[in-house]
Write a protein that binds this ligand. Structure first.
Ligand code: MIG
Length: 770
């Protein structure tokens, strides 16, 4: 190829590079984000990125022989006549460099037919057919010093290097282990740190895709896709935090949850088979003085698993029952599965059929597979009308008193074999197939449910989804699916939640205690400890496994469990502040240490510690029988929450951790809001707020709103600037933006005394109380 046929055009931050008969478009979104696009004739609708994210950005394009360079203040993107792309940061450090060699395929001697046989026996072979016409791959150099993070809630460890992953939403009932390449969610965001320099690659393609992150070879890593356009975003920035913020800038942040959503929730498959069982659970929480915000109703509350029905043989008057629980401070979250029972006497099925709202076979007949209700049809959630229809029906549950909706089985899971790729579905206003729409099926179901709840209640919706795609965080919290009561799964919950957090899912949790298999007193105890700051805080278990409510293992477990629920509630104002911050800065609540300390090599593979925001570090026990552990403290001074002992960081200490202890360290010179020990989070404004000082002097900004609806978006919120100087002088400044529930009393707990402020109506300020 001669360089004559290699050139570019440039208009409005879109640079089209043409080489021979091929072309590639580079869109400058902002200085830190460049989109790479090659049109393979597939849909360009993005489910992850809503609206135009492009910001007026200064950039320059130049051609020097065989290289075209697009340069912003943060990134330098170089393209050659083969349309290979290399990316450098502003200081010329390589971030993403095309690998020019040949792949050394482990499977090179296995042809497609053999792969099929190997797969049919249940062995894992990359789920992608490299021989198909639509296959493509992106091959980049792998450095010896390169780590990977992100990818949503994949199994395994924090650093994804050395493993391979598939993006294909799958219901996986076997115990999740690190060799599994895919679970329920496909979040194709890859963060890398190459020789200490951070970057991100977000592949916005819903088709089946694959990451090989140094499994095949230590010389390169590969993104490959079965189909779809080449469509990825290069994310750059000075720090890993900046790069994560770039990603949430594109795909959205978790909207502020209602306050009660941060409290404790109890669930078990089977509770809702029987109203008296639910009552018994709520009674016991009261009797044992255990905080409780919500009980989740699994599939049993429905009439023969028909969605949008309530079995009145089990619940004579669901609305009255739910109201009675609500009066006791407890909400109910019923589940919905996507499958609509094929039943001519069932209005939802009839309606969906008549309106053509179900996914279809190629021949136009309704696609049927078996799920809980038996033979069922599957709403075509990619169609906006179907989403509206589904959303409207959610009102049925809300009118009966539901406080949120749990959406399950939306990979979608099917009992009689996988849904074929050629099942006909809709991609917004275009005909499409399951091949493209599969990975956004759960996303669209969650979005439909979110909007249905928002329309019906005007409150911040609570949706919990199992399947998700990039961007689903805007509509729903997620849980990691069917884990098991295994120590290994407790261990894995930390990297899973930390990687979900970096992948935009700040609001996520695991089934505390484990879903399948039988928990043990020790495992349950260590799990509630380790999950203390898990944004979604829910104990859930399967039918028939050993019960795992806090009281079933006797007094010791109950007392420890209660102690940690109370401690969680102390931290709820802090967690709520973290969520508010997340809506502003796009950074997760629960964090891998590497996010806060990316230059500290010790933390790049750290799986058993995590942070909450910037200043709280947690080092739980996740090993059976262990009562002491090494705790690595990064740079700075740290104060142990329970003893007040101060430690100097960049060192490993040995912590004594008997069964009733959880090592928590607060960064020295931090003020933390310290909530009250309540059994239910109230929708009424708190009258008092306490701040606790750790260290000698600190400042803190605290956020407050009604914790329920969207009025904060119209300015109904307050901010409090709290400070303590080295001489112990305290200040509380109210920045009243329009929320009239300001605290009457603000207390600041110093090391040696408690300082109390009262709100003075006349000056609209806090004054020292004598
Ligand atoms: O095939 O609704 O992950 O949380 O309890 C099982 C019953 C279907 C799977 C969910 C789990 C839920 C269960 N569901």
């Amino acid at each position: 190829m001669t360089t004559d046929s290699f050139d570019f055009t440039d208009s409005n931050q879109q640079v089209q590079v043409v080489s021979g008969n091929k072309s590639m478009t580079f869109s400058v979104i902002k200085p830190e984000i460049v989109q790479v696009f090659q049109d393979y004739g597939k849909s360009t609708h993005s489910y992850a990125v809503e609206g135009d994210k492009t910001i007026d950005t200064k950039y320059a394009v130049s051609k020097d022989g065989d290289v075209i360079t697009i340069k912003t203040d943060a990134l330098m993107v170089k393209v050659d006549p083969q349309l290979h792309v290399d990316v450098y940061d502003a200081d010329n450090h390589p971030l993403v460099v095309h690998y020019n060699g040949q792949r050394e395929s482990i499977n090179q001697n296995i042809d497609a037919a053999h792969k099929k046989i190997v797969r049919s026996e249940g062995h894992e072979v990359a789920a992608i057919d490299e021989a198909s016409d639509t296959y493509y791959e992106v091959l980049n150099q792998l450095d010896d010093d390169e780590q990977f993070y992100g990818l949503g809630g994949k199994t395994g460890f924090l650093n994804k290097r050395g493993y391979e992953y598939d993006n294909w939403n799958t219901d996986e009932p076997r115990p999740h282990i690190e060799s599994f390449t895919h679970l329920y969610k496909s979040i194709p965001i890859l963060f890398g740190i190459k020789q200490g320099h951070p970057y991100g690659l977000f592949f916005d393609n819903t088709y089946r895709s694959h990451f090989d992150l140094g499994k095949e070879s230590s010389k390169y890593y590969v993104y490959s896709a079965d189909d779809g356009n080449l469509n990825y975003y290069i994310l750059g920035g000075a720090t890993l935090k900046d790069v994560v913020a770039d990603y949430t800038y594109l795909t959205g942040v978790v909207p502020l949850p209602q306050r009660w959503m941060l409290g404790y929730q109890q669930s078990r498959w089977g509770y809702s088979m029987d109203q008296s069982r639910v009552e018994e659970i709520v009674d016991k929480f009261e009797q044992y003085h255990l905080p409780l915000e919500a009980v989740h109703f699994d599939i049993d509350y429905m009439k023969g698993y028909r969605v949008f029905t309530w079995d009145t043989d089990k619940f004579a008057d669901p609305k009255a029952f739910l109201m009675s629980l609500r009066k006791r401070g407890v909400r109910v979250i019923p589940i919905l599965d996507p499958g609509v029972k094929q039943d001519d006497d069932y209005d939802i099925y009839q309606e969906g059929l008549k309106k053509g709202y179900f996914a279809k076979n190629k021949d136009g007949s309704v696609y049927i597979n078996r799920v809980w209700p038996g033979k069922s049809a599957f709403p075509d959630f990619g169609n906006p009308d179907v989403r509206k229809w589904w959303g409207k029906h959610c009102k049925f549950l809300l009118d009966n008193g539901a406080a949120g909706i749990w959406t399950d089985m939306n990979e979608p899971a099917t009992f009689d074999g996988d849904m074929p790729d050629d099942v006909v579905m809709t991609d917004e206003d275009q005909p499409s197939t399951a091949k493209m729409m599969h990975n956004v099926y759960g996303h669209n179901m969650a979005k439909a449910t979110y909007n249905g709840i928002k329309d019906a209640t005007g409150k911040r919706p609570y949706v919990i989804t199992r399947a998700a795609y990039a961007g689903t965080q805007k509509y729903s919290t997620v849980w990691t699916g069917d884990n098991q009561s295994l120590w290994h799964h407790l261990q894995m919950s930390i990297p899973q939640l930390c990687n979900l957090g970096m992948s935009g899912f700040s609001y996520a949790g695991t089934d505390i205690g484990g879903f399948s298999a039988d928990t043990t007193p020790e495992l349950l105890t260590r799990w509630v400890e380790a999950a203390l700051f898990s944004p979604l805080f829910r104990n859930h278990s399967a039918l028939q496994v050993r019960n795992q409510e806090p009281w079933v293992f006797g007094k010791q477990v109950l007392d420890i469990y209660r102690k940690f629920l109370h401690l969680r509630y102390r931290f709820i104002p802090y967690l709520y502040d973290c969520f508010h911050n997340e809506t502003q800065d796009g950074l997760p609540v629960m964090r891998a240490l590497v996010l806060n300390y990316p230059d500290d090599k010790t933390v790049r593979n750290m799986n058993d510690e995590y942070m909450v925001g910037d200043n709280v570090l947690v080092a739980p026990i996740v090993q059976q029988g262990q009562t002491a552990r090494a705790v690595y403290l990064p740079k700075g001074q740290w104060i142990a929450l329970d003893t007040g002992v101060e430690y100097t960081g960049e060192t490993t200490i040995l912590a004594n951790v008997p069964i009733d202890k959880l090592p928590i360290f607060i960064k020295k010179n931090t003020l933390l809001p310290w909530g009250q020990e309540v059994e239910h989070i109230s929708d009424q404004p708190d009258k008092t707020m306490t701040f606790r000082l750790f260290g000698d002097a600190a400042t803190y900004t605290h956020y407050q709103d009604d914790g329920v609806d969207f009025n904060y978006q119209n300015g109904e919120y307050n901010e409090y600037a709290v400070s303590v100087d080295a001489a112990g002088n305290c200040q509380v400044k109210l920045n009243h933006h329009g929320y009239d529930g300001q605290y009457q009393t603000v207390k600041v707990q110093l090391n040696d005394r408690l300082v109390t402020f009262k709100y003075d109506d006349q000056s609209a300020a806090y004054v020292l109380a004598d």
